[in-house]
Ligand binder design. Structure first.
Ligand SMILES: C[S@@+](CC[C@H](N)C(=O)[O-])C[C@H]1O[C@@H](n2cnc3c(N)ncnc32)[C@H](O)[C@@H]1O
Length: 276
């Protein structure tokens, strides 16, 4: 996670603002947004912040849990917000972050809360590096490992319990387990330059068990899709109980999701390092 439905009004998950119909005035950058399906709904926000039309927004085909219908709906929605006459250089593609096929095509790569669902971080970073033009930048926001046991670590613990493990034969942890520093160091080892790195500890207070269940239930799909429908609720509830013990012990809290939000800006080694 993050995923599912955080508390209303939380900035990264605001409902998309009404699409702006004014054509961009500046010459568009070519930008590649590695966003994940849900982020298509956030494209108006990205643009509002001054980003020009992107060349390609990539959403994953194989690893996603969204249905073909949801992908189609999100793509159609996004295309309506950015009609071809206003954004002639924008297209939407379904792709897997681990197998990007772009060569020196983009000035800017943006990823928003998706790369922590890609444990094969080196594959994703190599693809991003290849996709950048020589002066290009990658701005990546993702969740990184913190000192506090995370909700996703708890899910991994629970699925290893004897009463669950039978359903998880051959299962691989779907979550990235690197600290911010480790992620940036990995990027550097792959030929990217660290322009900036910052992390902030975040908490979302869902206040009620029901609301927190909704969030966990949506975010645990990578685990629960292994289970028959009838057992999914029990898996989520057991994980919630275990996580509650963690946050109760640390903060005296019950329905609060804690995570480390990291922003890293990367450039090609030898490329331009300005982030303005
Ligand atoms: C927590 S959601 C965030 C979605 C969106 N960026 C947002 O903030 O609303 C994580 C997204 O990562 C996507 N994802 C997971 N594995 C991926 C992969 N290998 N390649 C590309 N996207 C992936 C999922 O499909 C999902 O849409």
């Amino acid at each position: 996670m993050p995923g599912g439905s955080p508390p209303a009004g939380h900035p990264p998950y605001r409902r998309p603002t009404r699409a702006r119909r004014t054509p961009p005035r500046r010459t568009p950058h070519t930008a590649f947004a590695l966003l994940g399906l849900l982020a298509l709904l956030h494209l108006p926000t990205l643009r509002h912040r001054g980003d020009q039309c992107g060349k390609t927004a990539s959403i994953p085909r194989e690893t996603i849990r969204e249905s073909a219908g949801e992908i189609k709906r999100a793509t159609t929605y996004a295309q309506r917000q950015f009609p071809g006459d206003q954004c002639p250089n924008l297209s939407f593609e379904v792709a897997d972050a681990r197998h990007l096929g772009f060569e020196a095509r983009f000035d800017l790569v943006v990823s928003f809360n998706a790369l922590h669902w890609v444990p094969q971080a080196a594959d994703a970073l190599r693809g991003i590096r290849r996709a950048l033009k020589p002066e290009g930048l990658a701005r990546l926001r993702l969740v990184t490992r913190a000192a506090l046991t995370s909700l996703e670590e708890v899910a991994e613990e629970v699925r290893r319990e004897p009463h669950w493990s039978g359903a998880f034969a051959g299962f691989k942890d779907p979550y990235l387990r690197l600290s911010a520093e480790e992620y940036a160091a990995l990027a550097e080892s792959l030929g990217l330059k660290r322009v900036s790195l910052s992390s902030e500890s975040k908490r979302w207070d869902f206040q009620t068990e029901e609301a927190f269940f909704g969030f966990c239930n949506a975010g645990f799909g990578a685990w629960t899709h292994r289970l028959p429908e009838a057992r999914r609720r029990a898996f989520v509830e057991e994980s919630m109980r275990r996580y509650r013990a963690v946050i109760d012990g640390a903060f005296g809290e019950r329905f609060v999701f804690h995570f480390m939000q990291t922003d890293v800006v990367l450039a090609l080694t030898g490329g331009e390092t300005s982030v303005d």
